[in-house]
Design a protein around this ligand. Sequence first.
Ligand code: FA5
Length: 346
Amino acid sequence: MQERFDAMLGTATAAIAAAEDERALRDLEVKYLGKKGEVTALMAGMRDVAPADRPAFGQKVNALRDEVTAAIQARRGALEEAELARLCEDPTFDATLPVAAFGGSPRVGALHPLTVVSRHIEDVFRAMGFLILDYPEVETEFFNFTGLNIPPEHPARDMQDTFWLNDGNLLRTHTSTGQVRAMREYGAPLRAIFPGRVFRYESVDASHEHTFHQCEGLMVDKSVSVAQLIHSMKTLLSSIFERDVTIRLRPGYFPFVEPGFELDIQCQVCGGRGCSVCKHSGWVELLPCGLVHPNVLRHGGLDPNEWEGWAFGLGLSRLVMMKYQIEDIRHLLGGDLRFLAQFRQG
Ligand code: FA5
């Protein structure tokens, strides 16, 4: 019996060592280790062996199978190395080409959920005649604070902890920076949204990031109303959630609006029962808004006796969390591809 096994091992290892490519190696793998392979057939012959000899027989077949497997692996490694060496010598080989060029399937990327929702918002507002504007992330103190009726020493500056830069500029703490910029750039009447990234020096938890996204909206016209504002917000939120959502308005203080409101949305992650996202309150603060303060219109170069405006500052990151039931804001910018792959469409 031992001679028979040795002979088979000898033939198999010689053939494996001589295999010139992966295809030949795979044929040998099937020939010896496949379901109907020669080593597998030996195991099937166990029933013809005397019961007392079966354990020894089984061990020998296993050892033979292990040796053949090891020989195949070694040869496969050698073939791969040789192929790599050949490619490295080949001046036409481009290591940056997608895997598909070599017959594999390329990893398909996905739009980030923030991009998906941001584009959705842009579509809704574009249909209502709004411009989509993009303003700098590094801002002057004027556009972030003073122009928004928050002069130096005003306590409201402490409402948003700020990353100050050495040159006196700052990382914008909100997208409201676009309000005065847009008024100066386009005058009135004006309808615009400015989605973008904002930064705050604050501690991070499930619903707070130091870097997150907002989308500001601004409408300036001869006569505007809170009813219009609420209608636009309802239109937006129903479109995003593809159903009627429950919202509530509370009075809110922001120096750049008067009156100011906080629009909360019932937590879509827990359905209002309470979870880490809504801090167990059932509501998520999503969208402060209000009528533009006359001083802000003035800073924008507009006469408050002639023009009125409303504005909102949507917490885009929180909206994305609500829409996709993401329980922790840190997933959004965490860069984990397993998280992002879940948003692949099609
Ligand atoms: C503002 O940023 C105002 N500029 C909004 C505004 C615009 C008011 C126009 C009136 C008129 P606030 O600091 O509350 O307000 O932030 C707005 C939204 O951003 C919040 O409702 C919340 O959804 C989101 N947000 C605030 N801080 C964070 C944070 N650390 N992480 C994630 N989202 C946040």
